[in-house]
Design a protein. Sequence first.
Length: 151
Amino acid sequence: TRAVVVEWTVKERSIISSIFSNLDYEDVGPKALCRCLIVYPWTQRHFSTFGNLYDAEAIKTNANIAAHGIKVLHGLDLAVKNMDNIKEAYTKLSTLHSEKLHVDPDNFKLLVDCLTIVVAAKMGSDFKPDVQATFQKFLAAVVSALGKQYH
Ligand code: HEG
């Protein structure tokens, strides 16, 4: 099989590095994960050991969820640092989510959509269509790479 390489223009690279260098991980990470757990409640099944997820308020004030949101967001640093090699960069994390955590790969798309909404809300009018297009392209590459070790 032929490897599909995602190519990036200079403009796209600059958009991605600008989004991530201005990203408040401690705020955006928890908000994105909380939103995913609230909007798509079936994703909560993976976090049964994280404590109280009884309702939206409980999820938003759950320190374990907040910490995990930050960890997941830092998981995207791998893609930022390996833009030309995203598939390979995620081999280990993909295997972990597939073989050990048994996370349905459809959930990756749900989480990154929540992340897009949180980033858009933070950036406001700076979140122009070209910024969105590049961010979506980047996140799609991550979702695809995370799904690669599923079979
Ligand atoms: Mg996953 C662990 C990244 C989606 C559930 N996730 C992790 C870890 C990282 C990560 C970096 C820590 C790995 C380690 O300890 O070595 N996760 C990550 C990314 C994305 C993602 C980048 C998508 C963009 N994760 C995701 C989704 C779910 C999920 C959608 C479930 C709905 N992740 C999950 C669980 C763990 C991790 C249950 C283990 C948590 C723990 O027990 O500490």
